[in-house]
Design a protein around this ligand. Structure first.
Ligand SMILES: Cc1cc2nc3c(=O)[nH]c(=O)nc-3n(C[C@H](O)[C@H](O)[C@H](O)COP(=O)(O)OP(=O)(O)OC[C@H]3O[C@@H](n4cnc5c(N)ncnc54)[C@H](O)[C@@H]3O)c2cc1C
Length: 484
């Protein structure tokens, strides 16, 4: 089990690195502790491709936000995930806040961000009629976009594997031993992996991975963000992502028209101690709804259909660390908080350059295939095309998820593309993401997982580990009577 590069952590950063390395003739493995990629912070965020003017000048976050932003169109064209540039408005609610808008306008222009403009209140309401009459001005940034972040992870890794990367899921790294002659032994419960180089992209746990190898002394402080999804009834209420004027700690609480048309509001920003704590709270909901109603009064708690929380992996200094460590051959990506999703493609390019500088020979893989096959999105087709497809394959004619109109064939395709859990199906197809939140389709998705993978229903989980949904019926004792 000898590899040139082992990537530890399969979030959007690790998957982007895997795909970037698959352009070269290397033996690369990605080790991920969860049962699927993208199940860390990369599935629990706002899904915004930031416009490029947000991160402060002189920081790596600022530099890679804009560098990453420019790489998304090509990536989207090649990898067929949900993405479009809907633009953003950063709104000022008082004349004092307008000077903050001017600061971001200047910061963006110096960096080369295109299309930035300050609009007065009337223009804001002409373009986005649902916004409050109290808004005095806004900074408009057409370069901002929205993306389905989990789909990005799946597409990146699918393409990386097509080009020779090995994916090892359910493979938590427990220890790393630097070897005297160079390289590392990486210990997991099932395998011992030897790699000449390690890229640490373990998100919230990247401090622990660095410590295991004696490759840096970082402390990740999780900063929790709660997000609330609203009914599709509100689709189109706003078309751009709406930001308040940011503070130094946070970009604030936003209204986000997601790629699929659901409005999302959030996130909160509060430090916590536990890296596994992802609860939502009544206080968080109250804060979010009160904040967004100030600039978008039409939003009500009654429209909430789902909620979740994600954890930002912050470190002291609040910037990204993307650098070789004092342990030769060990490269760190630590502190990849927001805008880590936006920056991921640029982070991957930087890792390729660092590995080359560190002595890894990079020979182009002349059989590299940049594309994945196009997925059928049944709900978005014309009635004529839907009828044609259903006649060709009856599984297109059977709707698994009624809210989002996802066919059984799409669910089966998702399983064959790597979905192993209900969440894996949900994030690949949207089955279970609609108003009923899986109330009707979960059972059918479970049956399909069971039949396609040849596993009993009791082995089907929501997101791996012990998140089973049904268990064996316990035999009743003679005293209780009834059937076994
Ligand atoms: C609420 C919220 C909103 C956000 N919104 C945005 C946004 O709109 N735009 C934006 O650009 N950014 C946003 N971000 C930031 C963005 O989500 C992150 O920067 C990005 O997802 C980080 O990706 P990652 O791959 O570094 O981490 P992760 O996705 O957490 O991936 C790390 C992976 O490492 C694995 N791992 C950990 N330990 C081990 C181990 N021992 N062995 C093997 N594997 C291991 C984990 O299971 C995980 O899959 C937001 C973040 C939050 C929390």
């Amino acid at each position: 089990m000898r590899y040139d590069v082992a990537i530890i952590g399969g979030g959007v950063v690790g998957c982007a690195i895997a795909r970037a390395l698959s352009r070269f003739r290397l033996r690369t493995i990605l080790l991920e502790k969860e049962c699927e990629v993208g199940f860390g912070t990369s599935k629990s965020n706002s899904g915004i491709i930031h416009a490029g003017h947000n991160g402060a000048t002189g920081t790596l976050k600022g530099e890679l936000e804009w560098a990453g932003n420019r790489l998304w169109d090509k990536l989207h064209d090649e990898l067929d995930f949900g993405f479009h540039r809907n633009g953003e408005l950063m709104v000022a609610m008082s004349p004092e806040q307008v000077s903050r808008l001017e600061h971001f306008l200047e910061q963006g222009r110096k960096r080369g961000v295109t299309g930035l403009e300050i609009w007065d209140g009337d223009r804001v309401r002409r373009e986005e009629p649902a916004l409050s009459t109290e808004i005095v001005a806004a900074l408009a940034a057409p370069t901002a976009g929205v993306v389905n972040p989990y789909e990005v992870c799946f597409s990146l890794i699918e393409n990386a594997c097509l080009n020779g990367v090995e994916l090892a899921v359910g493979m938590p790294v427990r220890a790393i031993r630097p070897m005297a002659g160079g390289g590392f032994d990486i210990v997991t419960p099932e395998r011992l992996v030897h790699a000449r180089y390690i890229v640490n992209s373990a998100g919230l746990f990247s401090d622990e991975i660095a410590r295991m190898a004696g490759a840096g002394d970082y402390t990740i402080r999780p900063r929790k963000g709660e997000e609330y999804l609203l009914d599709k009834r509100l689709k189109g209420l706003v078309t751009r992502t709406i930001f308040p004027c940011p503070t130094p700690q946070s970009k604030g609480i936003l209204v986000i028209p997601t790629y699929d048309g659901t409005l999302m509001i959030g996130p909160t920003a509060g430090f916590i101690d536990d890296k596994n704590e992802r609860s939502t709270t009544a206080a968080g909901a109250e804060e979010i709804f009160a904040a967004v109603r100030r600039f978008c009064p039409g939003i009500s708690e009654r429209d909430c259909i789902a909620e979740f929380a994600g954890l930002r992996a912050t470190i002291e200094g609040d910037d990204f660390v993307i650098a070789p460590s004092k342990q030769k051959g060990f490269i760190n990506c630590v502190g990849i908080q927001s805008p880590g999703l936006t920056a991921a493609p640029a982070i991957a390019e930087r890792i390729v350059a660092i590995l080359r500088d560190e002595g890894l020979e990079m020979i182009e893989n002349d059989r590299f295939q940049p594309r994945v096959g196009k997925r059928v999105r049944f709900a978005t087709l014309s009635l004529e095309d839907q009828v044609r497809l259903a006649a060709e394959d009856h599984r297109f004619g059977r709707i698994g998820c009624r809210c989002e109109q996802i066919s059984e064939r799409e669910i089966i395709d998702a399983i064959h593309a790597g979905a192993r859990t209900l969440d894996g199906i949900k994030f690949r197809t949207r089955a279970g993401m609609g108003r009923c939140q899986g109330g009707f389709c979960s059972w059918r998705s479970m049956q399909l997982l069971s039949s396609e993978l040849g596993i009993p229903m009791t082995a089907v989980t929501k997101r791996g580990g012990n998140t089973w949904i049904v268990c064996e019926r316990k035999a009743k004792s003679a005293n209780e009577g009834g059937d076994a």
